[in-house]
Design a protein around this ligand. Structure first.
Ligand code: SAJ
Length: 433
């Protein structure tokens, strides 16, 4: 039976480990965090993903998935090792490879003939060839000859991990043809939709996907800011523009969060050197990073126009997760919005049906609790629970019926029809009339 070690049991590593274990592999999950290891051993899932809980429980009870903090021992007996650790961005904008290097150190200590080493973590183009390969070859073993090395970048969107691991196309970037072949064989057991290339192209591919999305969202956000100036409704304009068969403008909003789109464009631009036009990537990031502050501007505008200045304004923030349907709050626009509002001395309450994180705001236990006596409701995340909420009841609970909608959760004219004063990203004044 093929034995796989997965290094890093986070948002990517845990679903990967569980899926391989439920596809009849024997999997050892390794994490430096003992709490995670204990949780997996107990069959408890600490990540909210559809079906993951049950598959994990089954895999553990069948003995197909075990967990340990001892990576060196685990790799010793393995046929393949998959590295799924974080490669986060540092304060100064550079990429922190410390977790990756420590995982590679673990692998190098137990590197042996025939081992396939796969890295799913996101990498700066050139890392596999210039960093990973020489580092592992210091063991005396040669890649492509004694062991195999491939980059198989993770592509899963939180909230759809298992489904995407099984069905979303996956790029296999071997350091050479033998490595690609071995990685292809392994991944074809869980996913039939595989595309083979070289390691550097795979690294580049991963980054250009997320940067494409970030730039597209930035364009939508820029249009939203312009629409507010011109007075039109950006959502209506985008809908109309998208009727063109070759146009697909993304959605503007309260900001771009999550661990990927906020980081990968920086990783990509780090290899741009002096290429003409490289600023495109950075300016898109800047626009998207500005959107939470624009939300605060809209809130201040509402306070002024509604004559609430000088009063102790109570604001209810709906949604702290970085996107709809997940409990993940990493780099969520809500953090910036809440901190900025609290700094200004407003009384801020936050509610999210998926997470308890409130970034220092007062915690509400229900939507009703959050909006009761509030002057302004601020919608940051487009959770389905907010879309289907009874907005006339919400209005009845509020002190002032003012909405600042960052995600077009409510149709503005429906809200206005219910007596709300509606402010929204990209919703211009003429559109209101
Ligand atoms: N957002 C907008 N407007 C849009 C779409 C999204 O403002 O039109 C916002 C969301 O609200 C969220 C942020 O962007 O705050 C990011 O959400 P997302 O759904 O675009 O992406 P992620 O970060 O959850 O996952 C992305 C995915 N990449 C692409 O779609 C190209 C996923 O497939 C990757 O695996 C993941 O990054 C990753 O781990 O790299």
């Amino acid at each position: 039976m093929t034995l796989i070690t997965v290094l890093g049991l986070g948002y990517v590593g845990l679903p990967v480990a569980v899926l391989f274990a439920s596809s009849s592999f024997k999997v050892v999950g390794v994490d430096v965090d003992e709490k995670r290891v204990e949780a997996v051993r107990a069959g408890t899932c600490y990540i909210s993903e559809p079906d993951l809980n049950k598959l994990l429980k089954d895999a553990v009870s069948e003995g197909l998935l075990i967990a340990t903090v001892n990576g060196v021992e685990a790799v010793k007996d393995s046929d393949a090792v998959i590295i799924a650790v974080n490669t986060p961005i540092k304060e100064n904008g550079s990429i922190d490879y410390s977790q990756l290097m420590s995982a590679l150190q673990t692998v190098r200590k137990s590197l042996h003939e025939g081992l396939l080493v796969v890295i799913e973590s996101t990498l700066i183009p050139g890392t596999m060839v210039n960093v990973v390969k020489p580092f592992l070859e210091e063991s005396g073993l040669k890649a492509e000859k004694d062991f195999y090395l491939a980059h198989v970048p993770e592509r899963i969107a939180p909230g759809r991990a298992l489904e995407e691991l099984r069905n979303a196309p996956k790029v296999i970037g071997g350091i050479g043809p033998e490595s690609s072949k071995k990685a292809y064989e392994l991944y074809s057991r869980i996913n039939k939709n595989l595309y083979v290339t070289d390691a550097t192209t795979a690294e580049f591919t991963k980054l250009i996907e997320n940067t494409f999305r970030d730039i597209n969202i930035a364009y939508a956000n820029l249009l939203a800011l312009m629409a507010e100036k011109i007075g039109v409704d950006v959502h209506e304009a985008i809908k109309l523009a998208n009727t063109h068969p070759r146009v697909n403008i993304h959605l503007p909003g309260a900001g771009v969060g999550g661990p990927c789109l906020t980081k990968d464009p920086y990783m990509l631009s780090s290899v741009a050197g002096d290429v003409y036009g490289r600023e495109l990537i950075q300016i898109a990031r800047k626009i998207n990073d500005y959107m939470p502050l624009h939300m605060v501007e809209l809130i201040l505008k509402a306070i002024k126009e509604e004559g609430l200045e000088g009063e102790s304004v109570k604001i209810a923030v709906l949604g702290t997760a970085y996107k709809s349907g997940v409990n993940d709050t990493r780099a969520s626009p809500a953090e910036k919005i809440i901190k900025e509002l609290s700094k200004k001395g407003f009384s801020v309450t936050a509610y999210d049906p998926y997470t308890d994180e409130t970034f220092g705001a007062e915690t509400a236990n229900s939507l009703e609790d959050a909006v009761r006596d509030a002057d302004i409701v601020v919608i940051v995340t487009d959770h389905k629970e907010f879309k289907s909420a009874d907005w006339s009841r919400i209005g009845a609970l509020m002190k002032h019926k003012i909405i600042v909608d960052g995600r077009r959760v409510i149709e503005p004219h429906a809200a206005i029809g219910m007596g709300f004063h509606y402010y929204g990203v990209g919703f211009g004044r003429l559109a209101r009339a």
